[in-house]
Design a protein around this ligand. Structure first.
Ligand SMILES: Nc1ncnc2c1ncn2[C@@H]1O[C@H](COP(=O)(O)OP(=O)(O)O)[C@@H](O)[C@H]1O
Ligand SMILES: [Mg+2]
Length: 303
């Protein structure tokens, strides 16, 4: 069983689209048992698989706050098990603040059912708050969806720092295992430059496959369908299918006979450049001058 958090504190980079479509292709085309967990109070993942977050009474909120068994919250759609979100979840972050072992409540609940699945995929909200931390406390690894644009690199140090804080305090094996370029446009020089910078920052982690911009990917959610069920032959489906093969091979899972994993670029550590990935423009921070300390969210209440 593998537990993967799709995380990037930036919104609109493809976290939800990637979690849903990788999940659906794993379940519907590779026969994997997949659980999707919607940790974003906006409920975009829930919407994408056909659950109206405004109508759904039970959500991850009830798991976190009322300690319901996840099975009491779960819905099944398109061969996927879903733990949906709704707006209640935005209150959870506030309500959790004074609760005991708040960062571990989600983990403790999901541990009850995780063994039933091959893959548990968590769709994180666009923040580094308690919901994201709760997801990271449970996950074994983080996959970072990002857009190949200059601003996408800002905040990467902060993301890595958060992952390190969680691995230092709550979940020692957590690491960033992959980076996926979503809405990629191979034709622009900028996209190539950004990709190379990220390959230097995360040596060996960037998926060789990327997801091209494709309108079908943006249409599918309004039909409540993962893209492979909405349009099985569009470029968006093709790209996610290819990505899933790479995903399976990176997780030492079965791939179809004849599949050869793409060559992953690896750079030696000496060549790693941090110049483009600082949190603040012009902060002048470098590898030897790291960005300022970020306090773990679980220390907030001590102040
Ligand atoms: N490759 C793509 N091509 C076109 N539109 C996309 C693509 N990937 C995502 N989108 C659309 O971009 C928007 C943001 O994507 P989303 O997955 O919701 O990002 P996040 O979860 O990081 O906020 C959504 O409307 C989604 O449908
Ligand atoms: Mg999202």
């Amino acid at each position: 069983m593998k537990k993967i958090a799709f995380m990037n504190q930036k919104g609109g980079v493809g976290k939800t689209t990637t979690a849903v479509n990788i999940g659906s292709i794993l379940a519907n085309e590779h026969g994997k048992r997949v659980l999707l967990v919607d940790l974003d109070p906006q409920g975009n993942l829930s919407d994408h698989v056909g659950i109206d977050p405004n109508e759904t009474e039970r959500s991850v909120y009830n798991i976190l706050i009322d300690q319901l068994n996840p099975k009491e919250v779960m819905q099944k759609h398109h061969n996927l098990d879903i733990l949906p979100a709704n707006l209640d979840l935005s209150a959870a972050e506030v309500e959790l603040v004074n609760m005991m072992s708040r960062e571990l409540r989600l983990k403790n609940a999901l541990d009850l059912i995780a063994g039933d699945y091959d893959y548990v995929l968590l769709d994180c909200p666009p923040s580094l708050g308690l919901l994201t931390i709760s997801g990271l406390a449970f996950a074994d690894e983080v996959v970072v969806p990002m857009q190949a644009e200059y601003l996408a690199l800002r905040g990467l140090s902060q993301l890595v720092h958060t992952v390190e804080l969680v691995s230092g305090h709550l979940n020692k094996d957590l690491n960033v295992s992959g980076v996926i370029f979503c809405m990629f446009d191979n034709r622009t020089l900028l996209a190539k430059g950004v990709r190379e910078e990220v390959e230097h920052f995360f040596p060996g982690k960037v998926y060789a496959g990327g997801v091209r911009k494709n309108i079908r990917l943006a249409e599918a959610p309004s039909h409540g369908l993962p893209v492979n069920l909405y349009d099985p032959r569009c470029p968006g489906t093709e790209d996610y299918r290819e990505l899933v093969l790479e995903f399976l091979s990176r997780h030492d899972d079965e791939v179809p006979e004849g599949y050869i994993a793409p060559q992953i670029k690896a750079f030696s550590p000496e060549t790693v450049s941090y110049s483009a990935v600082n949190t603040e423009a012009g902060s002048g921070s470098t590898a030897s001058n790291p960005p300022p300390e970020i306090r773990p969210v679980w220390e907030d209440s001590d102040t």
